[in-house]
Design a binder for this molecule. Structure first.
Ligand code: HDE
Length: 724
């Protein structure tokens, strides 16, 4: 629940917020009424013939209440049903007028209200946040020239090259149709069957099976527009752009073992994390960046700019940061705002246009179409969260749930009765004009051969990862393919992996208990049109100029900021205040969140006889919900913790998951119960983020803070063998 304090910290400072205020409803200090405004006297009983008799049909109050309830649900999104949203503001760093006439990017310091929704793709609305999946990253800019939606993902490439394949992709990855299993995962036969027959999916699969597929937080993910878009300036000059959102807190992921446990402990982990960060005034921020390519350079790359399975390596075209988005207000109502918000890549403003990416072109149809069923008709743009801030006038009329009351006799154009209004806008008045691209072509169903390089960027991605990241990808493949029942599919997929990296394929195969299939790849029965020559669809091996790109590794990300990092203090009665107090103060100063975890809720008594509040008991918490763990000193407290299996498990599991640990004073006695206690006797584990301190020292908290700032110590050895 939002605290009163938190609410006040949130900043309803935009025009869009003022507009939403008109629609906000608050029942505080008001009478309960029907939808017609009639005050209700008894909300406990239906109207009946006597106190033991049948209910009466005339009970309009009951019927209205129940009918509304019966109709509460709307269809969830066909993809991306589970998500979380927040309001915020985008501020431009400088004028981009040279490249685009979009007004929200035209002036340094210009602020534009936004609503952003993050999502998983596959799981239903009630599924877990920590599924291994792509994350949606959709931003609606309420610009003064109309709404602009940048509907992206947390990965810069997609599974397929042509929109025609989207329903097949989604059918394969969703729960299987006969028994609706499994939930929120790609780890089943139909997805890997499809993927192993669609070599173009290999690149995005590498991303999903890396830490990007299991983010630490929505606030710690990158976002990408995926497709190449066009920017058009006032003179009509085109620049191709790729969009990037870079999180100020860095890009971080969790381990798969952790993700699975979080899904049990707190399936709302990402939703809660976003909500609490905003609620506490630690507003998440992302910088918007663009990679710009001049129109004349469209064909200068080893890949096709129109191919959504390819990225432009940052080594080739650097990302220019052009603004910052800050999310500073939680929604008041999940359904009204987060559920009803309707994004559409076709919501563009003058200065922004589409490339001919065949996936993007298909999306331009799908998003409007899907809202018609999801939100029940053509007037979804009138729902408050979807309304543009820019004035809206046209001759569209009627339809289910129309709210606008259009005045006058005229709903057509041209007209003389209405004085020709509303007018078409010339370019100087901000009228949208599509980029006049010359197209002279035959009407065909085909794909350019420049799209046929399926593996070189998948290899580039894999080769850009650190050793620890590669290890995670290998075990992710072993898990995902290990869930596949049909062996032929596993083998076919490993066959594809040989094209990415021979060693990767070998190690994955080892985990699956077979040898890498020898010889030429089995013929891939991938989608080849009936009368086409399969040779035209053979993968081509393009030697990319860029073999590795450090921007592709999460290890290369921003580190050192511990703001909002969750730190568990493991305590019991008798904990030493002199140990807790300075550590807590030092962490809070850096913006971290401290939680006292103890064997029971309520309070515990410190060695000095004071009582401190317990935030969570061991049974309602778990190490996987934290970034770092501190075990403070205190003889009695430690004696109780060493007998508590959950406390010892908390420490071992944090070590296993490569988290920063600080152990002080008498707490070092606990080391003998841990899996790294022996190691700590002979090795200095500080380099690996384990800070052990027998006697109090000022440097202690500093070292711990530095360790938390590293996010994780992925190189910690032999952690897989720790049983938890
Ligand atoms: Fe989507 N996608 N998509 N998608 N997509 C939807 O629209 C679709 C694609 C993305 O928080 C749907 O309103 C097609 C790429 C996000 O509300 C639907 C194709 C990217 C969201 C749809 C794609 C995305 C959606 C379902 C291939 C990254 C959630 C509900 C041609 C650039 C938006 C809805 C939100 C949602 C169709 C591929 C991102 C059915 C046909 C590529 C973030 O219209």
């Amino acid at each position: 629940m939002a605290t009163e304090k938190g609410k006040k910290d949130q900043k309803p400072d935009s025009k869009k917020q003022e507009e939403l205020d008109v629609h906000r409803e608050d029942g505080a200090n008001e009478f309960l009424t029907t939808n017609q405004g009639v005050r209700i006297n008894d909300n406990q009983h239906t109207l009946s013939a006597g106190d033991r008799g049948p209910s009466l049909l005339e009970d309009f109050i009951f019927r209205e209440k129940m009918t509304h309830f019966d109709h509460e649900r709307i269809p969830e999104r066909v993809v991306h049903p589970r998500g979380s949203g927040a309001h915020g503001v985008f501020e431009a760093y400088e004028s981009m007028e040279k490249y685009t006439k979009a007004s929200f990017l035209s002036k340094k310091g210009k602020k534009t209200p936004v609503f952003t929704r993050f999502s998983t793709v596959v799981g239903f609305r009630g599924s877990t946040d920590l599924a291994r999946d792509v994350r949606g990253f959709a931003v609606k800019f309420y610009t003064d020239e109309g709404n602009y939606d940048l509907v992206g993902n947390n990965m810069p490439v997609f599974f397929i090259q042509d929109a025609m394949k989207f329903p097949d992709l989604v059918h394969s990855i969703k729960p299987e149709p006969h028994n609706e299993m499994p939930q929120a995962t790609a780890a089943h036969d139909t997805f890997w069957d499809f993927a192993s027959l669609m070599p173009e999916a290999t690149h995005v699969i590498m991303w999903i099976l890396s830490g990007r597929g299991i983010p630490r937080s929505y606030r710690m993910m990158e976002g990408f527009g995926v497709h190449t878009f066009k920017w058009v300036n006032a003179k009509g000059k085109v620049t191709f752009v790729k969009y990037h959102w870079k999180p100020v807190l860095g890009t971080h992921g969790v381990l798969w073992d952790e993700a699975q446990k979080i899904s049990g402990k707190d399936p709302d982990f990402h939703r809660r994390d976003l909500w609490e960060a905003i609620d506490s005034g630690s507003f998440p921020e992302w910088e918007l960046g663009v990679q710009m390519v001049e129109e004349k350079d469209e064909h200068k790359f080893d890949f096709d700019l129109l191919d959504p399975t390819k990225l432009i390596p940052e080594e080739l075209v650097p990302v220019k940061k052009i603004g910052k988005m800050t999310l500073n207000r939680n929604p008041d109502n999940f359904f009204s705002e987060t559920e009803q918000v309707a994004f559409h890549p076709g919501h563009v403003v003058p200065g922004i246009d589409f490339s001919n990416d065949p996936l993007l072109q298909g999306r331009l149809f799908s998003y409007l179409d899907t809202q018609l069923i999801r939100l029940g008709g053509p007037n979804f743009h009138e729902i408050p969260i979807n309304r543009p801030r820019a004035p809206k006038h046209n001759n569209q009329r009627d339809g289910f749930m129309r709210q606008e009351v259009n005045k006058g006799r005229v709903s057509y154009e041209p007209n003389s009765i209405g004085g020709g209004c509303p007018f078409q806008a010339g370019m100087k008045d901000g009228g949208f004009v599509s980029h006049a691209e010359k197209v002279d072509a035959k009407k065909i169903r085909a794909r350019s051969k420049s799209f046929n390089d399926y593996f070189s960027q998948a290899s580039m991605f894999y080769h850009s990862q650190t050793a620890a990241e590669k290890k995670q990808i290998i075990s992710a493949f072993q898990f995902e393919l290990g869930k596949v029942e049909i062996e032929e599919i596993r083998k076919r997929m490993v066959g594809l992996l040989t094209q990415v990296d021979k060693d990767l394929a070998k190690q994955v195969a080892e985990g699956l208990g077979f040898e890498v299939p020898r010889g030429p790849m089995q013929p891939v029965q991938r989608g080849v049109p009936a009368d086409a020559d399969p040779k035209d669809y053979e993968p081509v091996d393009v030697k990319q100029k860029v073999k590795t790109d450090k921007a592709l590794s999460m290890d290369y990300t921003v580190k050192g900021n511990i703001s909002t990092r969750q730190v568990a203090f493991l305590c019991s009665d008798g904990v030493d205040e002199k140990s807790i107090t300075p550590m807590r103060a030092a962490l809070l100063k850096e913006g971290a969140v401290v939680k006292i975890i103890a064997p029971h809720l309520g309070t515990i008594e410190t060695s000095a006889g004071n009582r401190i509040k317990v935030d969570k008991s061991f049974s309602t918490s778990g190490s996987v919900l934290f970034d770092a763990i501190f075990v403070p000193s205190g003889e009695k407290s430690i004696m109780m913790l060493e007998k508590n299996a959950m406390a010892v498990n908390f420490i071992n599991e944090s070590y296993k998951h490569c988290k920063a640990l600080a152990i002080e004073g008498q707490a070092t006695k606990l080391l003998k119960y841990t899996y790294f206690g022996e190691l700590a006797k002979t090795n200095d584990l500080e380099e690996e983020g384990v800070i052990i301190q027998e006697n109090p020292s000022k440097k202690f908290s500093k070292k711990f803070i530095e360790a938390i700032g590293q996010h994780r110590f992925w190189n910690r050895k032999e952690t897989e063998n720790i049983p938890t």
